[in-house]
Design a binder for this molecule. Sequence first.
Ligand SMILES: Nc1ncnc2c1ncn2[C@@H]1O[C@H](COP(=O)(O)OP(=O)(O)OP(=O)(O)O)[C@@H](O)[C@H]1O
Ligand SMILES: [Mg+2]
Length: 415
Amino acid sequence: MPVGFDIGNSSCFVAVARQGGIETIDNEYSSRNTPAFVSFNEKNRSIGVSAKNQCITNLKNTVSVFKRFIGRKFTDPFVQQELTDFPKPYKVEQGKNGEILIKVQYLEGEQQFTPEQMMAALLTKLKQISEAGLKTKVVDVVVSVPTFFTDIERRAMLNSCEVAGLNCMKVMNDSTAAALGYGIYKQDLPAETEKAKNVVFVDIGYCSLQVAIVAFHKTKLKVLATNFDPCLGGRNFDKILADYFQQDFKERYKVDAGKNMKARLRLETECERLKKLMSANTQSIPINIECFMDDKDVTGRMDRTQFEELSAGLLQRIETVFQTLLENSKMSTSDLAAVEIVGGSSRVPSIKSLVQKVFGIEPSTTLNADEAVARGCSLQNAILNPTFRVRDFSINDAQPYSITLSWQATMEEDR
Ligand SMILES: Nc1ncnc2c1ncn2[C@@H]1O[C@H](COP(=O)(O)OP(=O)(O)OP(=O)(O)O)[C@@H](O)[C@H]1O
Ligand SMILES: [Mg+2]
C-alpha cells in the first residue's frame, strides 16, 4: 500500500493512495491528527493523542517539538535558540559526543533518548496506525520534511525510519508534496507546448513557514523558487498572546506565570484556543483559567484587531518571506495563476490578507489545509511503487542550499 506520512512539529497525518483516490487514516481515537508527542511514566510509554493528553499532568516526561532537534548537535545555535525562545518542560542535555540527549523518568528511573530515537518512536506509532487502518503490513513509506532541512537532518530522518522498521523510499519536501497533490488531480493544466500555470504554495504550521512557486503542465511540475522562515509558525502567535496575558495577570492578579512552567503551559494552551476562535470571530473573546496560580481564577479578553496589532512584527516577517520569494523567482504577480494555502496557521485571517497584499490574488483553499502534505507523500509513494498505476507525472524539485564540489587535483591536472 502506498503510504505517506506528514511529520509535523505538532501534528502528523497518514494517507494512502488507493484506487479511486486518497484516504487519510484514523488513529485509535478516530482522529486523523496524531500529535507529535511521546510521554513516559513508570509503567509505559505512550505516543500521539494519549501522550499529548499528559502534557500538563506529566509535564517533565512528555516530549514534543523534537523534529527541530534531529541531526543537530546540542551547541548548534539553532538548538540553543529553540531552547531559549521555547523552553522545554523536559530535560535536554549535551551528550559525550556533543549530541542532544532528552532525559525522562521512565520505568525504574531516568532514561535518556536522542531526538532521532524520539522520532523513531513517533514513526513506529504512525506505522501501527497505518497497519491497523489498512489491515496489512506497512514498510515502504514516503515521509515529509521541511524544505529547509539540510542533508544531515534528512539522513537523521532516514535513520529514524530504519529504527522504526520502515523503508523510507523518499523524504519529500512539504511544499512539493502539497504541489503534487494539487497537480495530479487538476484537469485544467496546460499542455507541454503551452505556457506553464504558476502556483504559489504557502504552508504555515506550528513552528515554520514554507513557500514555493511551482510551474505546472499536464504531466509535470517544476519547483521554480522556494523560501522559508524556519522559526515562524502558529506557536509564535500563541507566545505573543501568552506574553501579553502573563503581564496582564501579573498586574491585575499579582501572579507570574513566567515563574511556573505548568501555569505558563496552561496559559499557552488557552491562548491557542483563543487564537483559533479569533480566526472565526471579530468580536472580543474571553479567556478564563480556573485556579491559575495561588488558587486564583483569572480572566481576560481580546479581539482580532488587538491581536493583529500585537502580532504586527510577525506579520511583517511573513510579508518579507512572501516578497523575497517573488523576487527570487524573478516573476511578477501577473505571472501567477493561484496561491494555495495549507498548514493549520493558514486559517489566520491576517495571513490570508498578506497573501492578497503581496501576490495580488485571493488565497485558494483547494487543498485540505491539514492533510495536503500527507496526501502528496502517498501519491509520491504510488508513483515510485511499480505495482501501483498512477498517471505519468514527473517532479522536478528545487534544492535551497548551494552545493560545493571539491576534488583532489592530480599533478598533471590544471588547477
Ligand atoms: N483555526 C485556526 N486559527 C489559527 N490557527 C490555527 C487554526 N487551526 C490550527 N491552527 C494552528 O495551526 C498550527 C498547527 O498547524 P500544522 O498542523 O500545519 O503544523 P505542523 O505541520 O505540525 O507544524 P510544522 O509544519 O511547523 O512542523 C498550530 O499552531 C495551531 O494553533
Ligand atoms: Mg507541517
